[in-house]
Design a protein around this ligand. Structure first.
Ligand SMILES: CC(C)(COP(=O)(O)OP(=O)(O)OC[C@H]1O[C@@H](n2cnc3c(N)ncnc32)[C@H](O)[C@@H]1OP(=O)(O)O)[C@@H](O)C(=O)NCCC(=O)NCCS
Length: 245
């Protein structure tokens, strides 16, 4: 049964170079609060590749450029510590449906990652499990969220949403959304897998809080929701069929 370890990446961590280890049965999720890096954005941006710098430059809003530099700079910092290399020596490429992966000399057989960002939070998940996905969402007012759920959620999930008292609907919407996105990010399908084609089974949680997914080709997949920080919802998805899980 994979164990999930949630850790904070704060500003002093930028000066750390100590190697990091990734136990086989662990999914490590680092979370970073972007305003904490305001004074060091240039330093993080300097770690990016030419292609990443161009992507960063295409964002219209400064806050989006900052978040991109923080997410991708910290990604390089952490991978360099896990794989004992330099941050700028790491190469990435996108899979057929856009999932970023390591490429070239750093593409070792048992090291995988996925990232997510929302508002002021960045989450970076690392694992030896090949298929891993993470999603975080800032819980915010969305006026038409029930309509959105009708469009994106499976009918089973929409029915649960409808049955809840008003005070619980928004939290459920974001919990369900992050679980669904973590799953399509773990498979690498992204939005090429229709979000209403599967549902998260919240009714038979394992003792570790791990959820199953129902839908075509989803039997072996598992989801672990987590609360990254107050005001955000988060979930990690992975492939695995642990005994009793
Ligand atoms: C990949 C996707 C599913 C996730 O997007 P998201 O939740 O908006 O954004 P996140 O911050 O969680 O994830 C983005 C990161 O996922 C990674 N990613 C991109 N494509 C991916 C894929 N196919 N599989 C896994 N990861 C992927 C990238 O690292 C990307 O970050 P980057 O652009 O800085 O490199 C995206 O395709 C998307 O557009 N989602 C929005 C869908 C939506 O409106 N859902 C409504 C549900 S109710």
């Amino acid at each position: 049964m994979p164990k999930i370890r949630i850790m904070e990446f704060d500003e002093p961590q930028l000066d750390q170079d100590a190697p990091l280890s990734l136990p086989t049965c662990e999914i490590q999720v680092w979370q970073a609060y972007t305003p904490a890096f305001n004074a060091r954005v240039q330093e993080l941006a300097a770690l990016l590749s030419g292609e990443e710098s161009r992507r960063m430059g295409r964002f219209y809003f400064q806050q989006d450029r900052v978040r991109f530099a923080v997410a991708h700079g910290i990604l390089r910092k952490l991978i360099s510590r896990y794989l004992n290399t330099r941050p700028r020596r790491i190469d990435f490429r996108n899979g057929s449906k856009g999932k970023p992966e390591l490429y070239g000399p750093c593409a070792v057989a048992d090291f995988f990652f996925n990232i997510s960002h929302s508002h002021q939070l960045v989450a970076l998940a690392f694992s030896k499990i090949r298929h891993i996905g993470v999603d975080v969402e800032h819980i915010r007012a969305i006026p038409d969220f029930e309509e959105m759920a009708g469009y994106y959620f499976h009918p089973t999930e929409s029915a649960v949403l409808q049955s809840l008292p008003c005070s619980k609907k928004q939290q459920y919407f974001f919990d369900c959304w992050t679980c669904k996105e973590a799953f399509v990010k773990a498979t690498g399908d992204g939005l090429s897998r229709p979000l209403h084609s599967f549902f998260i089974c919240a009714d038979n949680k394992t003792a570790h809080g791990i959820l199953r997914i129902k839908g075509e080709g989803a039997a072996d997949w598992r989801i672990l929701p987590f609360e990254p920080v107050r005001g955000y919802a988060g979930a990690v998805a992975f492939r695995g069929n642990p005994p009793g899980g």
